[in-house]
Design a protein around this ligand. Structure first.
Ligand SMILES: Cc1ncc(COP(=O)(O)O)c(C=O)c1O
Length: 381
């Protein structure tokens, strides 16, 4: 079978390779996955059970249930203090499908997309799947904050989109308002679309969260969000995209051909979730904050590793360059010697090979055990 060039443009993720290797041990502490171990809240599950019981199991409109689009519009309008209507919303198979479809909507082969890194691999891959070129912004000031003048040097006549992911996976960085304003001004000056990936926006701990959506003209802004992380619903595969009505209408035409619609059961569950978002998102946030503190304090003072405490998400991105190892050898060696799995920084861009990502998506005793083993590994290098 001769596969297309596009199919070859996608690299397998290192994290998955590592996990396959981890299968051979039965005591692995797995800190790789961006997948909360916390069960989906019962009220949300009950909405799904009711949906099945009442046989609401047929296709929905491709854009999503009208009630759900309405509830998402209300929720997002309130969050960012902007005007969002149901026609601005399409419900998708996670934010991943939303991002894929949105790139498809705007990119022609040869176009370029500036992605402020480090970046979740699927974002780069989805640009590649359009035959376009991802350009990773990989230089920073302190705390993984991008410099606007540096971003300017990455933009040329072929650049169409700039992708902002705040809070960021993998660093947990939340961009301050002034930085978002700087990015918005630059994008406006260069006539770019801004893609704002906000899937971690409810998991912000000690600081104020701002969305760039308030600072950018709505007709050139596309916002992505998801039920996965905020409501512990990764397996329900539901997220959404927000954009101007004309854009959303065309995107839904694509959706009709790709997925038809999102699972009806997941949509009814999501309606319950978003209608009581403050209640459902508070507990995961508290749990992850406590885990973050546990992880950060239990690694404190360990040799060869440097990190700052993440302001958001459930990831800690640690600099391991002082060990003299690259991220791949570090992670494979740690797995082999201590049975702890981490994600190599290389997965988030070639320039992040001096880092590893620790996901605190496990309970506190496992986090403590993982940290103990990592410390042991570092002390015996
Ligand atoms: C930054 C970022 N955006 C989007 C997603 C996609 O999430 P989902 O497709 O589950 O909604 C993820 C998942 O890990 C992510 O880390």
């Amino acid at each position: 079978m001769i596969l297309s060039d596009l199919s070859w443009s996608i690299r397998g993720t290192l994290g998955r390779k590592l996990l396959a290797l981890a299968q051979q041990y039965d005591d692995v502490v797995d800190l790789t996955l961006g997948d909360p171990d916390i069960p989906t809240p019962d009220g949300i599950c009950e909405a799904a059970r009711n949906c099945i019981r009442e046989h609401r199991t047929r296709y929905t409109a491709s854009a999503g249930l009208p009630q759900l689009r309405e509830a998402i519009a209300t929720y997002e309008s309130g969050k960012a203090d902007i005007d969002i209507h149901p026609e601005n919303v399409a419900v998708t198979v996670g934010a991943t499908e939303a991002i894929h479809l949105a790139f498809r909507m705007l990119l022609n082969p040869g176009d370029e997309v500036v992605i402020i890194g480090p970046s979740w691999a699927q974002c780069l891959n989805n640009v590649l799947l359009c035959g376009a070129k991802p350009v990773l912004a990989d230089k920073f000031t302190e705390g993984f904050l991008p410099d606007v003048d540096y971003l300017r040097t990455l933009i040329n006549d072929r650049t169409k989109i700039i992708v902002v992911n705040s809070p960021n996976n993998p660093t947990g960085t939340v961009y301050p308002l002034e930085l978002l304003r700087g990015i918005a001004n630059l994008a406006r000056e260069k006539g770019l679309y801004v893609f704002s990936d906000e899937v971690y926006s409810t998991l912000v701990y000690d600081r104020q969260y701002y969305s760039i959506s308030k600072l950018y003209p709505a007709e050139n802004l596309v916002l992505f969000n998801s039920f996965s992380k905020a409501f512990c619903m990764t397996g329900w595969r539901i997220g959404y995209v927000i954009g101007e009505p004309h854009f959303i209408k065309r995107l839904v035409k694509m959706q009709e051909n790709v997925a038809v619609c999102v699972s009806t059961i997941s949509q009814w569950a999501a309606l319950e979730a978003v209608s009581h978002a403050d209640i459902y998102t508070a507990s995961p946030r508290d749990i992850f904050r406590a885990r973050r503190d546990t992880l950060a304090s239990s690694l404190e003072g360990a040799p060869g590793i440097k990190y700052s405490i993440p302001d958001a998400t459930f990831y800690l991105f640690a600099d391991i360059s002082a060990t003299g190892m690259d991220s791949r050898s570090f992670c494979f060696s740690l797995l082999e010697k201590e049975h702890v799995a981490l994600t190599p920084g290389l997965s988030f861009g070639d320039s992040f090979d001096g880092y590893v990502r620790l996901a605190f998506t496990l309970e506190v005793p496992m986090i403590l055990e993982g940290a103990r083993r990592i410390r042991h590994f570092l002390e015996n290098l």
